[in-house]
Design a protein around this ligand. Structure first.
Ligand code: SF4
Length: 353
């Protein structure tokens, strides 16, 4: 037995020893956590009374159809769109960006905003469809602060994780005993924002890294808080997450973006959960630059239950379309498209419980 496997076994025995008889439901909001949980088979080595649930931790999945429709509208009106590969196949109301590209519109896949900036030298007008949580927003802010070319702008679809965690606490039927907070996002925002959960909702929080042992350790810390009936914020990822986060990244975000109410696919409008480009930089705001006309969007297509998956009220195998009519090759909903989507991850690794 190698040392990591041995440690994992020890953690799992400790978790079994300390987990209350009536069980613990831990909720995380991170596609990378879910990947690690399935890749390392953590659900199968944990006692049955520990339930690991995933909330809205996939930025591609929570991008509403309306914003995909906006990108398609721009492409159909002569603007080059650049975005991450995962976004291409996510269903909009009538079609995906991939479908729109097949119809002859200029839609490019890029790996970074820098690549989009390079592309803008070769086309008339380019819009970067910028999605992502607090982890990607700083690089987009930096690009704007660096005086990008006049033909470049951003369709901002950023979402913020703490407001989504707030929302989960107020949605009927979302049942859990503590948060496992996302490591990547926490490296940017720090841990301050999480104190509202133990203080106002008696909800424990443990910030976790992404290795199997990180997650097991975080579960153990969560159980300790529950047993002591002392909800607090534990940072179990101290090697990367500082209490104050990344001040430089936060400052850039604050300079360029303003918090705004935003729609989340399958969840609805969450106050102050999105980022809009401030008026000072409106020449780089695609929504200001172009008069985009989009109406009557539809987020959840018949038979898809991404709205329940994204709010931890269902799991992929509850969906009648999972792995039959809905696969990564033929996704019927956003959670099957992205490698951070729960349905995609369960399809890839074979989810349990
Ligand atoms: S399996 Fe497909 S259709 Fe079902 S919830 Fe997941 S993405 Fe939606």
């Amino acid at each position: 037995m190698d040392s990591k496997k041995g440690l994992a076994k020890k953690f799992s025995e400790k978790i079994d020893e300390h987990c209350p008889e009536n069980g613990v439901k831990a909720l995380h909001v991170c596609g990378t956590h879910e990947q690690s949980i399935l890749k390392h088979g953590l659900r199968s080595i944990l006692p049955n009374r520990v339930r690991l649930k995933m909330g809205p931790g996939c930025p591609v999945c929570v991008t509403p159809s309306k914003e995909i429709d906006e990108a398609i509208w721009l492409a159909e009106n002569g603007v080059t769109i650049a975005t991450f590969g995962d976004m291409l196949r996510v269903p909009g109301t009538e079609k995906s960006l991939f479908d729109a590209r097949s119809e002859g519109n200029d839609i490019k896949m890029v790996y970074s905003i820098e690549e989009a900036l390079d592309l803008s030298k070769k086309v008339d007008e380019l819009v970067f469809f910028g999605i992502g949580f607090e982890t990607t927003a700083p690089s987009n802010a930096a690009a704007i602060l660096n005086n990008p070319p006049e033909n470049f702008s951003i369709l901002s679809s950023h979402r913020l994780i703490p407001p989504a965690m707030d929302a989960l606490l107020n949605i009927d039927g979302v049942d859990f005993d503590g948060f496992i907070a996302p490591g990547h996002v926490s490296t940017i925002i720090g841990t301050d924002d999480y104190h509202a959960y133990p203080n106002q909702y008696d909800m424990p929080v443990v910030v976790s890294g992404f290795e199997a042992l990180d997650i097991l350790y975080a579960i153990l810390k969560l159980i300790e808080q529950i047993n002591q009936n002392q909800p607090s914020v534990d940072n179990a990822y101290e090697r990367a997450v500082k209490e104050e986060g990344n001040p430089k990244a936060l400052e850039m975000m604050e300079t360029v973006f303003k918090k705004t109410d935003a729609d989340w696919r399958g969840i609805g409008t969450i106050p102050n959960s999105g980022l809009r480009i401030r008026d000072e930089y409106s020449e780089y705001n695609a929504r200001e630059k172009y008069h985009i006309e989009v109406e009557n969007s539809r987020d959840i297509h018949p038979g898809c239950m991404c709205h329940l998956i994204l709010t931890a009220r269902g799991k992929p195998t509850d969906c009648g379309l999972f792995s039959t009519q809905c696969t990564p090759q033929n996704p019927r909903g956003p959670c099957m498209v992205s490698r951070e989507g729960e349905c995609n991850i369960w399809y890839k690794y074979g989810g349990k419980k």
